[in-house]
Design a protein around this ligand. Structure first.
Ligand code: AMP
Ligand code: MG
Length: 539
């Protein structure tokens, strides 16, 4: 472990459009750790440590998102230069970048874990583009920092492909998320014990550059509260409001109150979107909760296939299933309570914090109701609708309905129906249960008749209802097995699947010719394959 002062990387000219500049407010306005070595340590009285990425052997651009590149003022041609791969592989900087690792703590799996911090993430700088939007650029896997503890600061190709693709997929699904600019192969191996079973293996390394207006997490506030660094806590709160919630008006107290309420509301809307698309984050620790209500830190996430509210993709969480699909809203709320506790010293009274937590519930309830109505094609949300929704989830569970395909198929149910035929023709291919049509047929018929009566009674045309349902129910999501195929190919040097998926997932609600296999039930081979059904935190 090197304790040297971080090496100085070559500085290159930033090729972006001239009206795109670096303006690094986080490092300019918040206090830095005076120690500039990479020695692993507790960092007191500071929000970050200045660090530099550690160069890799052979940075190669494996894939990139052209939309995100455009957002920071870079063209496709500029992305495809060796300089770009150098910067986003950690071997050079653009002039104006001031890399740092942030100090944060967190509650992990329900327990306070103390200081965590950016152990392998390094923010390069804040870009302000021609539209005046601010985007933080952050490498993940760029080498050790003072927060790396016993780990190596690196990331493997498989987890980097998953983060790269899922960030972009989530954005195009309409889910608040951090974005991904680039995926760079490092040319270096990283040793990982993927299943935590004593079989450590070298794997190819990679680095993702993720992009968001802010990477501040609940844990950035929690660590300062835990250490009783009250003035600094106050400073970070006001900084976050001024940079990331600049639209809030009023005096300092009014702004802080409105800010906490908005954090709660945004977090509520984020988790409703997860529930809509069947996304399970897998590691909802408070250090993985964005202060902007963005989905952040794609690790052992997964997508519901055969519907089971108790499902979690994370084998590390298999025993307690704390982060299972059905518990995600309650966990967001639990995390917000931890944030409220941390913020208490900078509020004159607890009322604004309580009001924020109430706003979470209100926002969640109404957004969830609207979202479910859209998924089922309802125009009202009375007791009959709610009853049908409850029954549908019980049926989907018993019949092992594929979450994505079931809702998509429901949208296709024609206006005049022969119920028997609908069950076989329209819904026939969405179940994993082999005997579903014999065992659950009567229940489905009964449900379908009532659903049909309710949705027809509204007077909405079939085409309108279908359009509304299809806009809420994606056809393509990044199922683990789909990501795994792309990873297997990329490991053998073929990155074309990554680009194909990026293209497909750019338009996940529209049926695309030739893409049928990505809108199909999980194949049998994937049921128990590592990376498809089992994912640990090892990344
Ligand atoms: P996560 O569960 O991935 O959100 O990570 C929790 C903490 O562990 C964060 O502080 C990460 O920066 C740190 N961490 C995870 N993997 C590594 C790694 N390979 N090297 C250094 N720190 C890591
Ligand atoms: Mg994390």
């Amino acid at each position: 472990m090197s304790t040297d002062i971080a090496t100085s990387l070559p500085a290159l000219g930033f090729p972006a459009a001239p009206d795109t500049v670096f303006d690094n407010r986080f490092v300019r306005e918040l206090p830095a750790d005076p120690d500039t070595s990479m020695r692993r340590r507790q960092v007191l009285g500071a929000c970050y440590s200045a660090v530099q990425p550690t160069p890799v052997s052979a940075p190669v651009l494996l894939s990139h998102s052209p939309e995100v590149a455009a957002m920071i003022g870079l063209t496709k041609q500029q992305v495809n230069t060796p300089e770009f791969a150098k910067v986003f592989g950690g071997n050079a900087l653009y002039r104006g970048m001031q890399p740092y690792a942030a100090c944060y703590g967190g509650h992990q799996f329900g327990h306070w874990a103390g200081q965590l911090g950016d152990g392998r993430a390094i923010t390069l700088g804040e870009v302000v583009n021609a539209q005046g939007e601010r985007w933080e650029l952050q490498l993940k896997g760029a080498g050790p920092t003072p927060y790396s503890r016993t780990a190596d600061g690196r990331a493997v190709l498989r987890s980097s492909v998953r983060e790269f693709l899922c960030s972009e997929a989530m954005f195009h699904l309409g889910v608040p998320t951090t974005r991904a600019l680039s995926l760079v192969g490092t040319g270096d191996d990283v040793v990982r014990d993927m299943l935590y079973d004593g079989n450590a293996q070298p794997e190819p390394g990679a680095i993702v550059c993720r992009v968001a207006p802010s990477f501040i997490r609940f844990g950035n506030f929690e660590i300062l509260a835990a250490r009783d660094e009250r003035a600094l806590l106050e400073q970070l709160v006001d900084f976050t409001i001024s940079r990331d919630y600049a639209h809030l008006a009023g005096d300092s107290n009014a702004r802080r109150s409105a800010w906490f309420t908005e954090v709660c509301e945004r977090s509520a809307r984020m988790v409703v979107e997860w529930m809509r698309v069947g996304f399970v984050h897998g590691v909802m620790n408070t250090d993985n909760m964005s202060i902007l209500g963005l989905t952040i830190d794609y690790g052992p996430y997964g997508w519901l296939e055969d519907f089971d509210p108790n499902w979690t993709p994370n084998t590390t969480d298999a025993a307690g299933r704390r982060y299972r699909y059905g518990q995600q809203p309650a966990i967001v709320q639990w995390n917000l309570v931890r944030l409220a506790e941390a913020l208490r010293p900078v509020f004159q009274s607890p009322e604004p914090l309580e009001a924020g937590l109430d706003a979470f519930l209100r926002t969640y309830d109404s957004a969830y109701e609207q979202m479910m109505s859209a998924k089922f094609g309802f125009t009202a949300h009375g007791e009959p609708e709610q009853q049908l929704i409850r029954e549908a989830f019980a049926l989907m569970h018993d019949a092992q309905a594929d979450f994505t395909l079931f809702f998509r198929a429901l949208g296709e149910v024609p206006p005049v129906i022969n119920h028997d035929a609908v069950i076989t023709d329209v819904l026939g291919d969405v179940f994993y249960h082999e005997n579903v049509l014999t065992q659950h047929n009567d229940r489905f018929m009964h449900w379908l008749r009532r659903w049909h009566a309710l949705t027809s009674a509204s007077g909405e045309s079939f085409t309108d209802r279908r359009a509304r349902m299809h806009a809420a129910n994606p056809l393509y999501v990044l199922r683990n097995w789909i990501a795994q195929e792309a990873i297997d190919l990329a490991t053998n040097g073929d990155t074309s699947r990554i680009d194909l998926l990026l293209q497909l997932l750019r338009d996940p609600y529209r049926e695309q010719a030739g893409m049928e296999r990505f809108a199909a039930k999980r194949p049998e081979w994937a049921r128990h394959k590592v990376g498809c059904s089992m994912l640990s935190c090892s990344s």
